[in-house]
Write a protein that binds this ligand. Structure first.
Ligand code: PEP
Length: 252
């Protein structure tokens, strides 16, 4: 049985006091729900990552939103942060390959794979984000695109313990639009099938595949019940502890 994961991607939101307050509110809910049957992950921006990771957070994981592409743990890479530095801040997870990184920073599948390798190599659990654009969906290429991204972004070293996949259709992120449950089921089955080709059936069967894109308390139950959906990656609705937790509560 794959344990569900509810993950929040705060993106570039929140000054120090806001980030710490949001994290405290989420961690408080985790602490008062000791027998929960799902995992919680928060991915704050770098301005608060260290502060958030230092808060008591039993029952929740803290992650970065990205790590550097270089294999070097430090060096002349202005603006980058290595996986080792993320770990040193006390975070144990990271996202890589979010569509906003692919779009605004021109990250290719090869770059995403290198980042995943760096993260896994440093000991971080890695959420590898994939998903088709609207043009690709309208051209009937969604399944082919996510199969290609799975093949090209997931390193051989990935296991269910150090890696999670997040399927996030680009056109559903922050738009309020969500795919039909049939479309989500089709893509998640294709991703698992492709994972089996890359990693073998046993690893593929254990690996969690999240859905992300306009998940809200109102649609969470339906999406989280789709076959092969092992949790959610949440942007906007993760910026308020109440709406983030209301999504998690649909699993209780
Ligand atoms: C995201 O950016 O990962 C995301 C899923 O955003 P939203 O929930 O706001 O669509």
């Amino acid at each position: 049985m794959r344990r569900k994961l509810i993950a929040g991607n705060w993106k570039m939101n929140g000054l120090k006091a806001e980030g710490i307050a949001l994290a405290k509110a989420v961690f408080e809910k985790c602490a008062t729900t000791p027998d929960k049957t799902f995992d919680i992950l928060v991915c704050p921006p770098m301005n608060v990552l260290g502060f958030v990771a230092e808060l008591p957070h039993a029952g929740a994981f803290v992650g970065a939103q990205d790590v550097a592409e270089t294999t070097k743990p430090n060096g002349a890479f202005t603006g980058d942060i290595s996986a080792q530095m993320v770990l040193d801040l006390g975070a144990t997870w990271t996202l890589v390959g979010h569509s906003e990184r692919r779009q605004y920073h021109h990250e290719t599948d090869a770059v995403v794979k290198q980042k995943a390798l760096n993260a896994i190599g440093a000991g971080l659990t890695t959420v590898i984000c994939i998903g088709e654009t609207l043009a690709e969906r309208e051209a009937g290429q969604a399944v082919d695109v996510v199969r290609r991204q799975t093949r090209e972004c997931v390193p051989m070293q990935a296991t269910a313990e150090n890696c999670v996949i997040a399927y996030e259709p680009v056109w559903a992120i922050g738009t309020g639009k969500v795919p039909t449950t049939a479309d989500v089921a089709e893509i998640h089955a294709a991703v698992r099938d492709e994972l089996a080709k890359v990693l073998g059936q046993e690893k593929a069967d254990k690996m969690r595949i999240l859905y992300g894109g306009s998940v809200k308390p109102e649609n969470a139950k339906e999406l989280l019940n789709v076959e092969n959906v092992d949790g959610a990656l949440i942007g906007g609705a993760s910026l308020k502890a109440d709406s983030f937790w209301a999504i998690a509560e649909t699993l209780m």
